[in-house]
Design a protein around this ligand. Structure first.
Ligand code: MSP
Length: 518
């Protein structure tokens, strides 16, 4: 049983509406997952929902439902959302599932027995919205708390705490010795700065059940439930443990009753997350794992946040991008293309409808769509759709792009990979313009030259399908089908030059990206 390449996304709060930010993160993870599978690696790709906590309890009560019924109603909406994005996740976790709750409790029991927790009274200012105590560091210069914290109340509460101080130095050393642990570098520096300039406060890991009961009960004290983050982060290891991953199961002290799916996934290779939850993933999560005796994830890939038209997206002002509406109008691949091509993993991004339409027209319809359509239409018209003998005029250009794309994908440089792939699209479009096959077709003495040109164009289209598979799976499949090839272009190894054989009959060309009225 070889270890799978294990990639996760943040699990979304069930009570929000799926939006552009959620979609972006899931697509980033999906492109990485698909590319690794295409390289021949076995992959385990996990995403899911974060369902406990005060906010869910409050909304459920307001809607006259139990929190569980509320979550059960919303989970299918989220599952349909990710299906519409074309995700290839292998599992979908809900933190209300027994398999997850059992593992959270098992970890709590183990760490409690080993003396990692203590109980103490804390008096302070509490943000109900953020479900967290605030400190003086959270105050604005005038002493008030930012309105984004919502109502802030003074609260005295006894809770369980996780001892963190002993973990500070090894974590600093670890992040320094492992430059790729937190990516990009700016986020790594942010974590190191935080760890070096602050004394880590112990982490409160419970909430009293009489104030909040929508959470996982603490196994050693019925008066408490688990704090949302100690619950949510565990999803990354609870699912492998439940699927009988030996490393995960040992670390969380849990033996699944039925070993029907022996998985080897832990440690995770990549956690894809947004910048706002960096501290939870690069400070608390590694410490939790170290305390459990589990190997740490290999990499935390941190993406930026999307705005719309230069402003924060907000339902109240209507300044939102609804991914499903965009997909319904333009197709899933146009959406996947825009978010990956527009925004590199790291900085913040800005969605504009004009920017989206401009990329659709220039890069998808006029560049890629036109290349495939005219290449295959000419092959159909001039050679009855039958592939001529192999010619290698564009082989070196294609091979260079294939090698570069692979290397960029291996480094999760998704935006650059798309740029590289488009350099081949541009090269092939220029080749059409320079060789002018429509003129060659008029001159019978140029038949051999026309054969060469048509072969090179069709072969570039085939290679593009393979390269595009992780990003634009529907389009890649359509190109394959139009080329008359069976199966999916899902094996990177097929990107070598010369895959199209002389005498092969292609299918029917059709527009990949229909032009839209302005
Ligand atoms: N439930 C927690 C995560 C727990 S992970 C163990 C959570 N949920 S969330 O629904 O608020 O956010 C889910 C992911 O979406 C986070 O990684 C977050 O950064 C990302 N995004 C939310 N809004 C975003 C944008 N506007 N732009 C890009 N990503 C954003 O946090």
């Amino acid at each position: 049983m070889s270890k799978r390449f294990y990639i996760t996304t943040a699990i979304d709060y069930v009570n929000g509406q799926p939006h552009l930010g959620h979609a972006y993160e899931k697509i980033v993870a999906d492109v990485i997952a698909r590319s690794r599978r295409s390289f021949g690696q076995e992959v385990f790709f996990l995403t899911g929902l974060d369902e406990h906590g005060q906010k869910v309890q409050q909304v459920a009560v307001a809607e006259g439902k139990t929190p569980q019924a509320y979550c059960d109603d919303l989970a299918p909406v989220w599952k349909a959302f990710i299906a519409r994005l074309g995700l290839t996740n292998d599992d979908f976790v809900r933190t209300t599932e027994v398999r997850h709750k059992t593992v959270v409790q098992s970890i709590l029991s183990k760490l409690h027995a080993e003396g990692h927790f203590y109980k103490a009274i804390y008096r302070g200012f509490y943000s109900t919205k953020e479900e967290t105590f605030l400190t003086d560091k959270d105050r604005r210069p005038d002493g008030s708390f930012d309105p984004s914290y919502g109502d802030v109340i003074e609260l005295e509460e006894e809770n369980y705490y996780f001892r963190l101080k002993a973990h500070q130095q090894w974590l600093i050393d670890y992040i320094e010795k492992n430059p790729d642990f937190v990516c990009p570098e700016s986020r790594r520096n942010e974590v190191l700065g935080f760890l070096k300039h602050n004394v880590l406060e112990d982490l409160c890991i419970t909430r009293p059940a009489n104030r909040l009961n929508w959470g996982i009960p603490i196994p050693f004290d019925p008066d408490y439930v688990t704090y949302v983050w100690f619950d949510a982060l565990v999803n990354y290891i609870s699912v492998p443990a439940a699927l009988a991953d030996p490393v995960a199961a040992r670390a969380v002290n849990y033996q699944p009753s039925t070993i029907n799916y022996p998985l080897s996934a832990w440690p995770a290779d990549i956690h894809v997350i947004g910048k706002d939850i960096l501290k939870f993933h690069s400070v608390y999560w590694p410490i939790m794992l170290k305390a459990m005796g589990a190997p740490l994830p290999k990499q935390i890939v941190v993406h930026g946040w999307w705005q719309k038209d230069g402003e924060k997206m907000s339902k109240t002002t209507g300044n939102v991008v609804d991914p499903i509406a965009v997909i319904n109008e333009w197709g899933v691949d146009a959406f996947r293309f825009y978010v990956i091509r527009e925004l590199d993993i790291g900085p913040d991004g800005n969605w504009t409808d004009e920017g989206f339409k401009a990329r659709y027209k220039a890069e998808l319809a006029d560049a890629l769509g036109n290349l495939v359509n005219r290449s295959l239409s000419m092959l159909k018209r001039y050679r009855n759709g039958v592939v001529p003998s192999q010619s290698n005029e564009l082989a070196a250009d294609a091979e260079k792009v294939v090698t570069e794309t692979r290397s960029l994908l291996e480094q999760n440089q998704l935006q650059s990979a798309l740029q590289t792939i488009w350099s081949l699209v541009t090269r092939a479009n220029q080749y059409v313009d320079h060789t002018a096959p429509f003129k060659l077709a008029k001159d019978p003495t140029k038949a051999a030259r026309l054969d060469e040109v048509l072969y090179n164009l069709a072969e570039v289209c085939r290679i593009l399908a393979v390269l595009l598979w992780p990003f634009l799976p529907e389009t890649a499949s359509k190109i394959y089908a139009q080329l008359g090839l069976s199966g999916a272009p899902d094996k990177f190894a097929a990107a070598g030059w010369g895959g199209l054989k002389a005498g092969h009959s292609i299918g029917t060309p059709a527009a990949l990206f229909p032009k839209k009225e302005p």
